[in-house]
Design a protein around this ligand. Structure first.
Ligand code: ADP
Ligand code: MG
Length: 243
């Protein structure tokens, strides 16, 4: 099986601010990669380059064999393969839960309304929110909203899911429900890149942990290697602060 994601020499500048400095990364099929690192190190920018919410300044990103930078390739087609879950959910608060989930697949012509509604019901069951189908999104708790956001991403039947600090905005008692959904997705073989400060999740679920600082990949390896025996002083310093 080919790699799902192949990034080489990725560079992203904002003006004179060099945010991503020559990043290389491959993510295999079914692999769960957890990205950790201090605030401002470029983790969000990296995820946003992967699905082209940001335009890279240089380098190459290949998703499932498609070059994301190649204008000949259809960006929408690539984005269908790669779902994203944000820290602040980015749901339409005035719509119902079902409408949030069915919107994109219907608008993009992937499903009829009936099909999308059936899929929304199934997905809400898998994230433990069957009773919220007709609820107004604004009436949900943060943890419920994030599970809806995951269901919305899954409705597009992506091959890859990107998570950018999905539990950072949640009250502590909500975190476990969201992590449980993510754990199940990982077990079911979803290819995932997860930015998180939940080190317990990283230890338990990640196939690989990547420590990023100042726009570089400083160190990467199996969770045991990174957490129990970090080699780079910056990794050690970061882990001392967060563990
Ligand atoms: P992290 O997610 O690791 O906290 P970010 O990717 O959000 O890091 O940010 C990395 C750097 O890029 C920071 O210096 C930030 O100020 C800068 N940055 C991020 N987004 C933008 C933007 N849209 N415009 C200008 N600078 C940005
Ligand atoms: Mg970030």
């Amino acid at each position: 099986m080919m790699n799902r994601i192949e990034v080489s020499h990725l560079i992203k500048n904002y003006g004179s601010n060099e945010v991503l400095k020559d990043l290389d990364l491959t993510v295999g099929n079914n692999e769960v990669v957890v990205l950790i690192g201090p605030s401002g190190s470029g983790k969000s920018t990296f995820l946003r380059c992967l699905n082209r919410l940001e335009e890279p300044t240089g380098g190459e990103i290949v998703i499932d064999g498609f070059n994301v930078n190649d204008s000949k390739n259809d960006l929408n087609q690539i984005r269908e393969k790669i779902g994203m879950v944000f820290q602040h959910f980015n749901l339409f608060e005035n719509l119902t839960v079902a409408q949030n989930i069915t919107l994109a697949p219907v608008e993009l012509g992937k499903m009829t309304s009936e099909e999308a509604e059936k899929v929304a019901k199934e997905l809400l069951a898998t994230v433990g929110l069957s009773d919220k189908y007709d609820a107004k999104t604004q009436s949900l708790s943060g943890g419920q909203k994030q599970r809806v956001a995951i269901a919305r991403a899954l409705a597009m039947k992506p091959d890859i899911l990107l998570f950018d600090e999905p539990t950072s905005a949640l009250d502590p008692e909500m975190v476990g429900d969201v992590l449980a959904v993510m754990k199940r997705l990982a077990k079911e073989g979803m290819t995932m890149v997860v930015v998180t400060h939940e080190m317990g999740f990283a230890k338990e679920v990640a196939d690989r942990v990547i420590f990023m600082a100042d726009g570089h990949i400083v160190e990467q390896g199996a969770p045991e290697a990174i957490f129990d025996n970090p080699q780079n002083p910056r990794t050690k310093d970061f882990l001392q602060k967060v563990l």
